[in-house]
Design a protein around this ligand. Structure first.
Ligand code: SAH
Ligand code: SF4
Ligand code: F3S
Length: 582
């Protein structure tokens, strides 16, 4: 009898279908008892390839595993459960995955209860799961992007039936909310606003691996973002394969501009989004970005090619001129906005002229950063069926020419940054040198500068001193301890102790009877001084008693007593803050 059960396999032909709008399900998380038993004290390791969408999936998978009692490890030999979270966007991403799977064969020999899972976009491709089963029989659990939230029940089933499982669905099904999650960063968070893609660019596998476009309900997005703000997150990136499509499936006027504005209003210090397709980038979106200081002036706007004929073959739905017009409108409405892009070189039958159009477009736009890719045919996509007459060496030569043009554009921006001061969100000490911090400017430039680790998660002013094109060297403009003290004072303003103190102080200042009493005390004080100057001992004694009795009534006034108590509370809080700072 086989030791493996194939529950379902994906079919990219079916995955192309776009079915009715999905429901949202909000069910509580249940950990099956056998999985809790299996999870107790077990270390898990997740290796993620691909885009931010996959990184967010890793956080959700980690949420499920930790709910089942497991803890994270980065040490491969220690892991009692491994998940390899794959990407299918280019062939080289896939090649890396096979190497990774092979590494974990030894874990089975050490620990018979070890479980190796493979999931993610690659599993959604027709034939890949079958290939894995044949060539890597020690993989225990294969699932896809659409049933990631079933991980605990799949593990339960595997434990109960004592068989390996393959379960990859062709359709996305419902939108699942209340997902558990262990975020990988304490200050920067990704929030999905929608899943899937309906654009079907002819080279791209994502619409098949991630399914039809579906937007998360506004209330679920707002709830997640509100919680992040309350937890002290400094940056949220709204995620979608094409964020501009957000809300179109609700047919009620909701758009990306509306959700972007709603999230900006929650007061997160930095708000970003990705990715925007140039085809449906509205002017309304530009207005919202321009209106809110906390929406970062940085837009990732993949162009893919600068040639209209090529863009048509890629199925991109815009022309070179329309793209350049959008760039012009962005720069007009959001001065200083950084623009980044993705470019594919070597799409089938790319002519020299078409390629040069890409070069001239890059020269004109001068991107702040560009991710350049060699075209990789993806089985099942329309472009994969095209014959190609361009030799590989021509593609590589074009790729190198493009890099030079991109670099010149990047440097035209970075060289102008030297001598100026920018707000940088500190990621923490750099891997190479713990005294060097790294972080990103509002326009997403990487800056390295000397500073203490306690500035992690703070937004600080950094002056740029050296330009290294793709990263900058800077220096803090203020003493780091002062920065921290200022931030503490700023956040103290919101503390209940500080608010109560200020209210009590105001009550003392504004109470009519206390104003009157303060007047009498002042008079009594003056009389006392006068009598002392006159050397009239008896009159001095009388004036002094009068003064002390007035002071006594002042101190016993309930409004003053309340003020003193609130002052003590505030001082106690300040002592705690001082202890944290020193
Ligand atoms: N939805 C996003 C991300 C898609 S994948 C977007 O539209 O921008 C990220 C990038 O990978 C794409 O922008 C594209 O430049 C590149 N890419 C996608 N398919 C590719 C392929 N078959 N070969 C080479 N690069 C590809
Ligand atoms: Fe792929 Fe195009 Fe969708 Fe981006 S917009 S995910 S490139 S199909
Ligand atoms: Fe890769 Fe899937 Fe993202 S194919 S780029 S992990 S959507």
């Amino acid at each position: 009898m086989s030791r493996r059960i194939i529950k379902s396999l994906p079919d990219m032909g079916k995955a192309r279908n776009r079915m009715d709008s999905p429901k949202t399900v909000r069910e509580p998380l249940i950990v099956p008892p056998a999985v809790a038993e299996f999870g107790k004290g077990r270390a898990y390791l997740i290796k993620t390839f691909g885009c931010q969408g996959n990184v967010r999936d890793e956080e959700i998978l980690a949420g499920y595993l930790e709910a089942a009692g497991m803890h994270r490890t980065e040490i491969e030999s220690e892991a009692g459960l491994v998940i390899i979270n794959t990407c299918a966007v280019r062939e080289n991403a896939e090649d890396k995955v096979y190497g990774e799977i092979g590494k974990f064969k030894v874990n089975h020999q050490k620990d018979p209860s070890f479980v190796l899972c493979v999931c993610g976009c690659m599993m959604q491709e027709t034939g890949v799961a079958e290939k894995l089963v044949k060539s890597y029989p020690y993989v225990n659990l294969i699932f896809g992007t659409h049933n990631l939230s079933n991980i605990l029940s799949l593990l339960d089933e595997r434990l109960a039936r004592k068989k390996d499982l393959v379960d990859v669905l062709s359709y996305p099904g419902d939108i699942v909310e209340n997902l558990p999650s262990i975020r990988l960063d304490a200050y920067k968070a990704f929030v999905n606003i929608g899943y899937g893609c309906d654009k079907f660019c002819t080279y791209c596998i994502v619409p098949y691996t991630r399914g039809r476009e579906r937007s998360r309900a506004r209330e679920d997005i707002i709830k997640e973002c509100q919680e992040l703000v309350e937890e002290g997150y400094q940056e949220i990136t709204l995620l979608g394969q094409n964020v501009n499509s957000y809300g179109k499936d609700f047919h009620d006027g909701t758009s990306f501009a509306t959700i972007l504005e709603d999230v900006a209003k929650l007061g997160i210090p930095r708000l970003r989004f990705m990715t925007s397709h140039p085809w449906d980038f509205s002017d309304e979106m530009l207005d919202v970005i321009a209106k809110y200081d906390n929406i970062m002036p940085c837009i990732h706007l993949p162009v893919q090619s600068g040639s209209t004929t090529m863009l048509r073959r890629m199925g991109r739905r815009y022309t070179r001129e329309q793209y350049l017009d959008l760039v012009r409108r962005i720069r007009e409405k959001i001065p200083g906005c950084a623009l980044t892009t993705d470019i594919i070189v070597g799409f089938p039958n790319e002519t020299e002229e078409e390629f040069e159009d890409t070069l001239t477009l890059c020269e004109e736009v001068k991107y702040d950063a560009a991710f350049t890719f060699l075209y990789s045919p993806r089985k099942g996509t329309p472009a994969a069926a095209l014959e190609d007459d361009v030799p590989d060496e021509v593609k590589h030569e074009r790729f190198n020419r493009l890099l030079k043009v991109v670099e010149a554009g990047v440097m035209s921006h970075s060289s102008q940054m030297v001598g100026k001061t920018y707000k940088v969100l500190v990621d923490g000490p750099s891997k190479k040198n713990e005294r060097v911090l790294s972080g990103y400017t509002e326009t997403n430039k990487l800056v390295n500068f000397e500073g203490p680790a306690y500035l992690k998660g703070q937004i600080v002013d950094v002056e740029i001193v050296e330009d290294h094109a793709f990263s900058m060297i800077g220096k803090l403009t203020k003493d780091p301890l002062i920065i921290l003290a200022e931030k503490a004072a700023e956040s103290l303003k919101e503390e209940p102790e500080a608010i109560a103190f200020l209210e009590a102080k105001k009550a003392v200042e504004e109470s009519p009877s206390l104003i009157e009493l303060r007047g009498q005390i002042e008079k009594a004080q003056k009389a006392m001084v006068q009598k002392a100057a006159d050397s009239d001992d008896e009159a001095y004694e009388k004036a002094k008693n009068e003064y002390l009795s007035l002071m006594n009534s002042y101190k016993k006034d309930p409004v003053v007593l309340n003020y003193e108590a609130r002052k003590d509370d505030l001082e106690e809080l300040l002592r705690i803050v001082k202890g944290t700072l020193s």
